[in-house]
Design a protein around this ligand. Structure first.
Ligand code: ADP
Length: 251
């Protein structure tokens, strides 16, 4: 079982303690939501896990199914990011196929897997020949998700994956990530400022405020009966968390 453990992680930018002693574990088949207002340090946590930012202190340990630490090169394959803006994360001159073939081949897999990858993210096979501008925002995010799956991802870090998409298609993309998590036994970190989707799409929630985790626990419990004053404040400011999911509503 591949697990990713974040242990006592901190990051200081100049004098700002952006992330302060954060610990949690991601395990297969579970989604952990990291919630908090803008500037609370969520993306910095994501970037440290993706190895885009070097921690000031602390550790990030990826352990394989054999119980051994995963080597550095394999870490890059196993831990994949999905970013907020799918347009910025795709090359406008490259076809969907090009975006997928490269990571497949780099990781010793065949380009003939492209139709299967597209099927996994519920896109038709002929989309392989399209370029990003020929896709909707939601379709582009599905391509970005397929690209994350291409090298054999086991851990997905989804940093505000739907906040730049039209409201009407957000639910579809979140449902896709949830299905992949379940069916492919992925460990998912879902970063969001939206408490309603965090509650609906995660098993456990970590509430972050000024770089620290101020409350954690089962999402349904923490987000309906918060104990920390900061979480209570966040929950009170959020719209009715259930309303958007009643009768097929869209988040
Ligand atoms: P969130 O994702 O919750 O909005 P961030 O992790 O992006 O929060 O930012 C946390 C804090 O760290 C903010 O005050 C932000 O300005 C600061 N910060 C993030 N990246 C850098 C950087 N590269 N240099 C200096 N400060 C940064």
């Amino acid at each position: 079982m591949t697990t990713l453990e974040v242990r006592d992680l901190s990051k200081t930018f100049h004098k700002l303690r952006a992330v302060d002693d954060v610990s949690f574990t991601l395990t297969p088949g579970r989604t952990v939501a990291l919630v908090g207002e803008s500037g609370s340090g969520k993306s910095t946590v994501a970037r440290m896990i993706a190895r885009l930012v070097r921690p000031t202190s602390g550790e990030i340990l990826l352990t394989g199914s054999d119980g051994e630490p995963v080597p550095r090169k394999a870490y890059r394959d196993h831990v994949q990011m999905i970013f907020q803006d799918p347009f910025a994360s795709l090359n406008p001159f490259h076809t969907v196929e090009h975006h997928l073939v490269r990571p497949l081949r780099l990781h010793g897999r065949s380009g003939t897997e492209v139709p299967h990858l597209l099927e996994r993210v519920s896109l038709p096979p002929d989309f392989a020949h399209r370029r990003p501008h020929e896709l909707s925002g939601g379709q582009r995010q599905r391509v970005a998700i397929a690209r994350a799956l291409a090298p054999g991802a086991k851990v997905i870090i989804a940093d505000e994956p739907v906040s730049m998409l039209d409201v009407s298609i957000r639910l579809g993309v979140l449902k896709l990530i949830a299905r992949l998590q379940r069916e492919e036994n992925l460990a998912v970190l879902y970063i969001t400022h939206d408490l309603a989707t965090a509650r609906h799409f995660s098993d456990e929630v970590l509430v972050m405020h000024r770089g620290r985790i101020v409350e954690r626990g089962p999402s349904d419990e923490v987000l309906t009966r918060p104990e920390a004053p900061y979480t209570q404040q966040l929950a009170a400011a959020a719209p009715d968390p259930d309303a958007r999911f009643r009768q097929g509503g869209q988040p």
